[in-house]
Write a protein that binds this ligand. Structure first.
Ligand SMILES: CC(C)(COP(=O)(O)OP(=O)(O)OC[C@H]1O[C@@H](n2cnc3c(N)ncnc32)[C@H](O)[C@@H]1OP(=O)(O)O)[C@@H](O)C(=O)NCCC(=O)NCCS
Length: 257
């Protein structure tokens, strides 16, 4: 079995007819194949016995479509091999071009299980289709979680500039969930559309902000060179009681593209 990264109009039409699917105008087919993000054909016994393609915006969403295997060759692992090949190529694409990508499809009758076997999620109680999130492996590890945190304008700008690399918070129930390699999206409190994507490099826990301030350079905490870094500054955000109750955390982050 050979899998190649192209589809010919002739094979597309032949398989469509074989499966009793609608015949499309050659020009339409040519254009749809040309505009596909990814395409594959499977060659067996010197002929094309299967095709599949992905269409999409190339950045956030794609749709798996025209998955067809010649009836004489069905049930021999060809469909799964084509999808596995497409998913591997899509993973490479996502690693280079985006942070996460949702691949969706609407299965024809009784075929959802086939896609589940290919790794897709299918929960008919929630949505009719099948889907698969493909995450950039340079950003996400398999256990990375994504969190959103609100920030005032000044610390937001300091993080964006790359100077502030330690975000200080109470080590409350929410923060206790954080771990290395998680993704934090900081959202500007004045304008929700302004966001910064960061990755957690390390988590530093302390009993109070005095201990935290002693550990880090003030620039990393978000102060300017000419400012005095005073742990009492954090009491404008958190009460003494809460600091004592939860302790504090310095979340060390790095900026992501
Ligand atoms: C659906 C289709 C693409 C599957 O391709 P295939 O080459 O026959 O499937 P494979 O042999 O690769 O099957 C892979 C696995 O899925 C299972 N599977 C295949 N079709 C299935 C189905 N309809 N329901 C449940 N399981 C199915 C196989 O048993 C196999 O399981 P295994 O890995 O445990 O052995 C193919 O049957 C086809 O072209 N059907 C007609 C066109 C069509 O409906 N396309 C889908 C459009 S959404």
């Amino acid at each position: 079995m050979d899998i190649i990264n192209s589809i010919s109009v002739k094979d597309f039409q032949r398989l469509h007819i074989m499966l009793g699917w609608k015949f499309l105008d050659n020009k339409k087919v040519e254009k749809s194949i040309k505009n596909s993000m990814l395409k594959v054909s499977c060659i067996e016994d010197g002929k094309t016995v299967g095709i599949a393609r992905v269409v999409g915006d190339g950045f956030t969403h794609g749709f798996l479509t025209d998955v067809m295997v010649d009836p004489d060759y069905q049930g021999k692992g060809i469909g799964k091999a084509m999808i596995t090949h497409l998913l591997a190529r899509l993973q490479e694409y996502v690693n280079k071009n985006c942070d996460e990508f949702m691949l969706e499809l609407t299965p024809t009758k009784d075929n959802a299980e086939f896609y589940v076997k290919c790794g897709f999620k299918h929960d008919p109680n929630k949505i009719e289709g099948c889907y698969l999130w493909i995450k950039n492996q340079n950003i996400y590890t398999s256990s990375s979680k994504k969190y959103v945190m609100k920030l005032n304008d000044s610390p937001f700008k300091k993080i964006k500039s790359g100077k502030k690399t330690i975000e200080m918070r109470l080590n409350d129930e929410k923060r206790k969930l954080l771990k290395k390699d998680d993704i934090i999206i900081f959202c500007n409190i004045n304008d929700n559309s302004k966001t910064i994507k960061t990755k957690v490099v390390d988590i530093h826990k302390f009993e109070n902000f005095e201990q935290l301030y002693n550990k880090f350079d003030k620039i990393k905490l978000g102060y300017n060179k000419n400012e005095v870094a005073n742990p009492v500054d954090m009491e404008q955000y958190y009460s003494k009681e809460d600091i004592k109750k939860y302790g504090v955390v310095g979340i060390e982050i790095k900026l992501l593209k």
